[in-house]
Design a binder for this molecule. Structure first.
Ligand SMILES: [Zn+2]
Length: 444
């Protein structure tokens, strides 16, 4: 680990933003690798400079006076920590041409993809995953939790390819590989052995999908068993349905507490929560908070596949994001799928997914709108367990994005271009897209 500058940690006032370093002469003499000049990190404070050394934020403050071999003029643009995709299927991205889903339902998406799986080669999987990864990186994503399928049909091909991508792209993105048994475990003998082999080979996270197995509770039990064996966090596809029948969320929450896995369990979709009346939802939200479970809402897929049997007044089929936030549950938003049978569209732009969520989950109010950016950054980083490595504070990894907007408040709703993307303090993306008006209005 590179040495941190010997300066106190961020103050209690705002854990995401450090107090500027005192500009002592000694400090000014310190060499830094890169300085981002004049960026906006809070709307109610002056512009700041951000100095970076050894891949980490060395100082944040107004007119730091430090000089570096590389300097970027932020010109008043907003600086945010790198975007975090907390639930993304790179291995089955870009399959839409091969896996049509005529009904638009979840069940047909799963069966169409399963049929195609037999024809997938390692080279094909690698090429699609790499293209999808590049789509995310281009939009300022610096960390991804990649749900990666294994089963007796595809074996460990996806796991091996994603682990190889993780190594090749380590200087561009923090990639966590989830061992995800999409076809269930107990309905396909041999899957359990592959599960443990995937973990032995280096998968970072235990995946699961209780609703797509013959024994949902046993499925959950096994996920916790393997998580304990390998000391890994858990990411479940959980309660993905329009109605509240057959939910296992309460079981997962109680299991999390019993196992002492608080803060290490994330559940994707959780759309069935949205079907619960307030009287049943309230105690479950309190339990989710106690278990410190992250709910990852996946609006592209959830809105696309949800409510398909509703002939009128079609349900949104979405996790109740506002209620979750108000109950103090950690909520993240992620893309889930890119152009396949589950979601036949998507650009890899996580900010656009967050923007969609504002309308879909009614997050436009003054109390909630400013928190939407957190769902794609800080909250998602917490889901990945990035902890004190992540954020705009001294000592944190310099995974940063300069946005083409000048108010933090507008970071999502402007859908700004990502002007600069930095990973571990090195520029990975520079975007110079420019719009010119070639016509002028008529005289008044
Ligand atoms: Zn998923």
């Amino acid at each position: 680990m590179p040495p941190l500058l010997a300066h106190p940690s961020p103050p209690p006032r705002d854990p995401e933003l450090a107090t500027p370093l005192p500009e002592t002469p000694a400090h000014k003499r310190r060499r830094v690798d890169l300085v981002l000049r004049r960026v906006r990190v809070r709307d109610d404070e002056p512009l700041v400079d951000v100095a970076i050394t050894d891949g980490r934020i060395a100082a944040i403050g107004a007119e730091l006076g430090l000089h570096a071999p590389e300097e970027i003029d932020g010109d008043g643009h907003v600086l945010v920590p790198g975007l975090v995709e907390s639930h993304l299927h790179l291995d089955k991205a870009l399959l839409a041409d091969y896996t049509p889903n005529a009904s638009g339902t979840l069940s047909e998406a799963i069966s169409a993809t399963a049929r195609h799986k037999a024809t997938v080669t390692a080279a094909d999987l690698r090429a699609r995953a790499e293209t999808a990864l590049t789509m995310a990186l281009r939009h300022g994503t610096t960390a991804i939790r990649a749900e990666t399928e294994f089963d007796p049909f595809i074996g460990l091909t996806g796991i091996a390819e994603l682990l190889a991508l993780k190594r090749r792209y380590a200087h561009l993105v923090t990639l966590q590989v989830v061992a995800f048994p999409q076809e269930g475990v107990f309905q396909h003998p041999g899957t359990e052995q592959l599960f443990r082999e995937a973990m032995r080979r280096g998968a970072d996270v235990v995946g699961g999908v209780p609703y797509n197995d013959i024994a949902p509770h046993r499925h959950i039990d096994l996920c916790f068993e393997i998580a304990r064996e390998f000391d890994r966090p858990i990411s479940l596809h959980q309660d993905f349905s329009d109605g509240a029948e057959g939910m296992t969320m309460e079981y997962v929450a109680r299991k999390t507490i019993a196992a002492g896995w608080q803060g290490r369990v994330a559940v994707g979709h959780a759309t069935a929560l949205g079907a619960l009346p307030p009287s049943r939802l309230k105690p479950l939200l309190a339990l989710l908070r106690e278990a410190d479970i992250t709910v990852v809402t996946l609006p592209l897929t959830d809105l696309y596949l949800g409510g398909r049997r509703d002939t009128h007044k079609v349900r949104r089929a979405l996790a109740p994001v506002a209620a979750l936030l108000k109950a103090g549950v950690n909520v993240a938003v992620s893309s889930n799928n890119l152009r396949n049978a589950f979601t036949p569209f998507g650009t890899g732009d996580l900010l656009s997914v967050a923007a969609l969520l504002i309308a879909a989950a009614h997050l436009g109010g003054g109390d909630l709108l400013p928190r939407v950016l957190d769902l794609a950054t800080t909250n998602a980083a917490r889901a990945l367990g990035l902890g004190p490595e992540y954020g705009l504070a001294v000592g944190r990894r310099a995974d940063l994005v300069v946005l083409d907007t000048r108010r933090v408040h507008d970071a999502v709703i402007d859908l700004p271009e990502r002007l600069w993307v930095l990973k571990d303090g090195r520029v990975t993306v520079r975007n110079t897209r420019k719009t010119e008006f070639r016509a002028t209005p008529a005289a008044a």
